[in-house]
Write a protein that binds this ligand. Sequence first.
Ligand code: URA
Length: 266
Amino acid sequence: MNLEAELKEILEELKRYFEFQKILGLEGVVVERKKKEESIQVPIKRPIQTEVEKEKPLPTIKVQEQLSIFDASAKKLTLEEIREEIGDCTRCKLHQGRTNIVFGEGNPRAKLVFVGEGPGEEEDKQGRPFVGRAGQLLTKIIAAMGLRRSDVYICNVVKCRPPGNRAPEPDEAGTCEQFLFKQLRSIEPEVIVCLGSVAAQSLFKTKGKLGDLRGKFHRYGRSKLLVTYHPAALLRNPGFKKPLWDDMQIVMKELGISTSSGSDRG
Ligand code: URA
């Protein structure tokens, strides 16, 4: 690639990143020159968070034996059939405190599936995934990728709200994850994005740390799987925005989407 093309690509990348920042609520950036008094603002409203994690080289992790969820001989159910199978579930203790089962929603033929950990208060009330504060941020991330919620599929490891928004316990995740696997087998997306370590641990059957898993694709049956931060973690630590956006760029590149064009199947 010649210098001009390289510069053009860098500028495009910067443009996309600032678009992403804008969508997530940033209204301007501060450009500082060496001498403090000469610092200029372009167009300044709020400075960029500089608390970005130091990127470490990712160690290669040994993903444990894959589950047979993408086994071509395994029966492929429709999402409706899977929801029917769940029924008015009492398989684990989470059913005691739930208002609604939060099955998942979106395009049954999505190329991209987001997997979270479990419903929170608002999700439990509405029976829909990712509609609370973290969910609104996820919606913005999806929009920043040039997609709509209806283009992708969104679901969780557990379908009932853990009390007080605690993480699902191993027996709860272990009981419920069979339905997540069936959902993924049904949709067979090109890319699965695990939001946070609970989803990653459920799909990988590993106690691997999120920092070690993120930033690259892992093979997952016929899909590619990428682990990134949970949007709730971004709300607590805006320094995760940059690595999350880097992760979403990997996904967009894989799906052949640019911010100016959506993909045909989501
Ligand atoms: N957090 C999750 O992991 N899932 C939701 O649906 C909402 C918040």
